[in-house]
Structures are given as structure tokens and as C-alpha cells.
Design a protein around this ligand. Structure first.
Ligand code: HEC
Ligand code: HEC
Length: 154
């Protein structure tokens, strides 16, 4: 009987030690979560900022973040939103498939590229429905200091 109790206790001890070791392995300090060097409990206060009030007619293309990145919107867009299934104000200026690749006068909107269209059997271009919500990828920019340092280089 005594032997059995000792054996049960021994097995229990091994189990508890094993569990403790396992638990020790998964402990991650909050300042080691993620890529940032700061704690997830740090709560930096963003500076208050305004988006530029540039009208489309006065807009000039901004530098691309990296090759293939969606170009950033260089003009105000609040009067053009929301984009709905049957109403997309961006198309008025940027949906011009016949002008793709042609020279433009300064200040003319860049036509959406071929990647935003599907070629039909008759050779005509249909706008891709998967690109309908332009602001999913194209966002207006404000001159704001990074909240967390960023060393990304294209
Ligand atoms: C009244 C015409 C007009 C409307 C409406 C308009 N844009 Fe523009 N957009 C322009 C002009 C002009 C430019 C600056 C010239 C250029 O295309 O680079 C521009 C530039 C851009 C660019 C940068 C293109 C590049 O190559 O860098 C993007 C992206 C863009 N607009 C997206 C949008 C989105 C999204 C909407 C709708 C929310 C919209 N635009 C509505 C006229 C317009
Ligand atoms: C799923 C993401 C996505 C959506 C949605 C999207 N675009 Fe783009 N757009 C891109 C990317 C990425 C590029 C740059 C690469 C390329 O040319 O395909 C681009 C390029 C552009 C350009 C620059 C063309 C050039 O020749 O320099 C314009 C203008 C533009 N998009 C307008 C629009 C408009 C207007 C809409 C909405 C009808 C829209 N995009 C929806 C991702 C997107």
C-alpha cells in the first residue's frame, strides 16, 4: 500500500514538473511579442493631423512606396465617398481605357491600368469588379510622423 502511494506521488511529481517545464516554454514577455521593440501595453498618442485639401485639378502624382505598390491618392476624396455598388465617383476621371499608355497633358488624371480591366472575347475591356472599391488599395496621404520607427527600404 505504502509503495503504491509513493509510486502515485512520484508519477504526480513527474507530471507537475513536466507541466511546469512546458509552461515555462510558452511564456513570452509582452515586449517580445511582434516585431516592435516596445511593449504592446505602450499606448503612443498619435499627433493630430489633417489630410491635405488638394483638389484633383491641382493634384500631382506622389512617389510610389515601392515597385508595384498601389499609387497613393494625391488629392482629397471626402466628397467622392462612399463608393457604392452603383455609384463610384472615382471612375468619372480615372476610367478611360482608351487612354491607357497614351501621352497626357499635365494635370490630366492617370487612367486606371490594364490590370484593373478584364479583356472580353470581342477584345473590349470590362472593368474588373474585384477592383471596384478603389480606396481598399489607394489611400490619401498626410504628412505624419511614424508612430513606431520603420526601417523598410524598397
Ligand atoms: C475630378 C477628377 C478626379 C476624380 C473624381 C478622382 N481623381 Fe484621382 N486623380 C485626379 C488627378 C488630376 C490626379 C493627378 C494626376 C495623376 O493621375 O497622376 C489624380 C491622381 C490619382 C492617383 C495617383 C495616380 C498615380 O499614378 O500616382 C490615384 C491613385 C487616384 N487619383 C485615385 C483616385 C480615387 C481612389 C478616387 C475616388 C475616391 C479618385 N482618384 C477620384 C483626378 C481625379
Ligand atoms: C486590389 C487593389 C486595388 C484596387 C481595389 C484598385 N487598385 Fe488601382 N492600382 C493597384 C495597384 C497595385 C496599382 C499599381 C500596379 C498596376 O499598375 O497594376 C494600381 C494602379 C492604379 C493607377 C495608376 C495607373 C498608372 O498607369 O500609373 C490608377 C490611376 C488606379 N490604380 C486607379 C484605381 C481606381 C480609380 C480604382 C477603383 C475603381 C482602383 N485603382 C482600384 C491596386 C488597386
Amino acid at each position: 500500500m505504502k509503495k503504491t502511494i509513493t509510486a502515485v506521488l512520484a508519477i504526480g511529481l513527474v507530471g507537475v514538473t513536466y507541466g511546469a517545464l512546458q509552461a515555462a516554454e510558452v511564456v513570452v514577455r509582452d515586449d517580445q511579442i511582434g516585431l516592435s521593440a516596445t511593449s504592446v501595453f505602450d499606448d503612443p498618442t498619435p499627433d493630430v493631423f489633417d489630410y491635405p485639401e488638394t483638389e484633383p485639378s491641382a493634384a500631382q502624382a506622389l512617389k510610389r512606396a515601392y515597385f508595384g505598390a498601389p499609387p497613393q491618392v494625391p488629392h482629397k476624396i471626402e466628397n467622392l465617398l462612399p463608393i457604392r455598388a452603383k455609384k463610384n465617383a472615382c471612375l468619372r476621371c480615372h476610367d478611360a481605357p482608351d487612354d491607357i499608355g497614351k501621352a497626357r497633358a499635365a494635370g490630366d488624371p492617370t487612367p486606371m491600368p490594364l490590370s484593373h480591366y478584364v479583356k472580353l472575347d470581342d477584345g473590349s475591356l470590362k472593368r474588373g469588379d474585384n477592383r471596384h472599391v478603389c480606396v481598399q488599395c489607394h489611400a490619401p496621404q498626410a504628412n505624419v510622423k511614424d508612430l513606431v520607427g520603420n526601417t523598410f527600404a524598397p
